[in-house]
Design a binder for this molecule. Structure first.
Ligand code: SF4
Ligand code: SF4
Length: 339
């Protein structure tokens, strides 16, 4: 890992140079009391004051809706037009926190577990991530309980850590990161002698995730799922804000009878329609079964099948839940289950 320092006064010139070099920039922007990732026209729009953005950065590789291909009937045949990977922009995602950067590993596991998902992989190839360590957290954060840390570089090409208010420690983790810094070497300085751990937020560990996995693996028939999900209204907000949720639906956007687009859009395993069969049978017919699936998938099936957990402890699902379901509290309860 290469270590450098960038003064705050050089951050804007660096990002402007990267932009002039042909990359669009996605970064947190504060609007109407919420901070969200947006394409910025000027680096002055970037906000770095938030604890956590309302939405994660996953949309950069797994957009909320995306056209997979178009079709048109032509003289008794059907012509297909694949999406054009050449049209995908080269993108710098700036200012995501370590829990968001780390979530691209489980996402990648899902989109490559049986066959490689071309749109996801091609978007990822065009993305470079410059993350920002967390110097503050809130009671919903629990990255340290699921193997993360407020200063983890996992998933990042470059990780910045604020050193006071004057500049940032720069950890260059990958070749993509090197390609962003080396052409602009004059903007960077030698790293100061600081204790990096003291620059990071203190995120208390709330439970043992290994123990949660062990307990829930044998708790399929437990009443705990019903108790925990009693107030869940199945709104899907938790899945839509989650950086590691990858449920999607395929929809048809028909333009008359002869042409249309095949669209992929975000979905949620918390929706009753998600597993409803055409026959009318629903293998997950109650909200408690859907809640059980959500937690078993993230904390048991994914670690075993993909060697990646489906949760990075960002806390968004708990912040967004309209009925105050708190994932860390539920996981702490599951850790203590009697088996
Ligand atoms: S499950 Fe909740 S806490 Fe975990 S990554 Fe998803 S939104 Fe964040
Ligand atoms: S956000 Fe809350 S109420 Fe909505 S589906 Fe998730 S757990 Fe249920």
């Amino acid at each position: 890992m290469e270590l450098k320092y960038i003064p705050k006064t050089s951050l804007k010139p660096w990002l402007e140079k990267v932009r002039e070099g042909g990359k669009q920039i996605y970064a947190p922007v504060a609007e109407n009391g919420k901070t969200s990732f947006k394409r910025v026209k000027s680096v002055d729009e970037i906000s770095m004051e938030h604890v956590q953005t309302a939405q994660s950065a996953k949309g950069i590789a797994f957009p909320r809706t995306e056209k997979l291909f178009s079709y048109a009937k032509q003289q008794g045949d059907v012509a297909l037009q694949d999406y054009d990977p050449g049209s995908l922009p080269n993108t710098l995602v700036f200012g995501l926190h370590p829990c968001d950067a780390a979530a691209f590993k489980p996402l990648s596991g899902i989109f490559n577990w049986d066959t490689g998902d071309k749109p996801f992989n091609e978007r990822m190839q065009r993305v470079v991530m410059v993350s920002l360590s967390c110097s503050k957290c809130d009671p919903f954060c629990f990255c340290t309980s699921v193997g993360g840390s407020p200063g983890s570089a996992e998933g990042s090409d470059i990780l910045l850590t604020a050193v006071g208010s004057d500049g940032y420690l720069v950890e260059v983790a990958t070749d993509k990161g090197k390609a962003l810094t080396e052409p602009h070497a004059a903007l960077f300085e030698a790293p100061p002698d600081v204790n990096r751990e003291e620059l990071l937020a203190r995120v208390p560990a709330k439970f043992s995730v290994d123990e949660v996995e062990r307990k829930i693996a044998g708790a399929f028939e437990s009443d705990v799922w019903k108790k925990q999900s009693a107030r869940c209204i199945g709104c899907g907000a938790c899945a839509f804000v989650c950086p590691a949720c990858a449920c999607f639906d395929i929809q048809e956007n028909a333009r008359g009878a002869a042409a249309g687009d095949r669209i992929r859009c975000w979905d949620s395993c918390g929706f009753s329609l998600f597993t409803l069969h055409t026959s009318g049978h629903n293998p997950r017919e109650t909200q408690s079964w859907r809640w059980r699936q959500r937690l078993l998938h993230k904390f048991c099936y994914m670690p075993r099948r993909l060697a990646a957990r489906g949760c990075t402890g960002c806390g968004r699902c708990s912040r967004a839940c309209p009925v105050d379901m708190n994932l860390a509290e539920h996981l702490s309860e599951l850790e203590k289950l009697k088996t």
